[in-house]
Design a protein around this ligand. Structure first.
Ligand code: C5P
Length: 241
């Protein structure tokens, strides 16, 4: 596990809102996720600004395109100074992202299965496998390609770790980092998240990083909500309310 596992998702609609949150959270947050909404609204400048202010940035843009496009776009993400980037978990895409980051200090994470999808959704999309089977397949491919990590629901963290241990694709000397969204403190509002784990459950199950959004960003007092989560992690609170 890493020293500070908390990544706050800046899921807001403007640079001004993001800047306001970053100001409120101050030195207690060092790692932010910039996703599709904020990147589309505020562009690469918001990433440059965060990096310039000493923050690490997880660029969650889930690239999925032909290899050449992914390679070139990943090179741009690396030049921006992002620390983490997500791409879809297809071998061609992951390989292209690894080529694009070249010698830069940018870690590539493969998205496994979006947490909003269930078996029925996969069937409708033309997949002939369950969520669990697809998750395992993507993890195998991520191990095969030697990306830096995968993103999976907090509730799948234990299964992902088990699968990594037993996978024939695992290579000596290569560790997969695990980022998990779907985390909520005991008793916190769940929003649209039906299946949630507490921060400590996710860490216990093998997560290295927790992506936390609305519990902090939509709180009346974001800093107080953050401190509650940090206290909870320090105290090892395990049961979701
Ligand atoms: O729910 P919360 O606001 O904490 O979500 C933070 C991040 O986790 C979002 O930016 C989204 O990428 C991810 N998420 C997810 N699955 C959900 C809800 C959110 O992967 N069901």
């Amino acid at each position: 596990m890493t020293d500070d596992p908390v990544i706050i998702a800046l899921d807001v609609e403007s640079a001004a809102e993001a800047q306001d949150l970053v100001r409120q959270l101050g030195p207690d947050v060092s790692f932010y996720k910039v996703g599709l909404e904020l990147f589309t609204a505020a562009g690469p400048d918001i990433v440059r600004e965060l990096v310039g202010g000493g923050k690490r940035v997880f660029l969650d843009l889930k690239f999925h395109d032909i290899g050449e496009t992914v390679r070139r776009a990943t090179a741009q993400a690396a030049r921006l100074g992002a620390s983490f980037l997500t791409v879809h978990g297809q071998p061609q895409v992951m390989q292209a992202a690894l080529e694009g980051r070249a010698e830069h200090d940018l870690r590539i994470f493969a998205v496994t299965v979006l947490t909003s999808l269930n078996d029925r959704d996969l069937e409708r999309a033309g997949y002939d496998c369950s969520v669990r089977e697809l998750l395992n397949r993507v993890v195998d491919n991520a191990l095969e390609c030697r990306v830096d990590g995968v993103v999976a629901s907090a509730l799948d963290a234990a299964a992902v770790r088990r699968h990594i241990r037993s996978s024939e694709a695992a290579k000596p000397g290569h560790e997969l980092l695990l980022i998990t969204p779907g985390v909520r403190s005991r008793g916190a509002a769940r929003g649209d998240q039906k299946r949630v784990a507490t921060p400590c459950e996710a860490l216990r199950d093998g997560a290295d990083y927790l992506v936390i959004g609305r519990q902090v960003t939509r709180a009346a007092d974001p800093h107080a909500a953050l401190i509650q989560i940090r206290d909870e992690i320090a105290a090892g609170v395990l049961h979701a309310g």
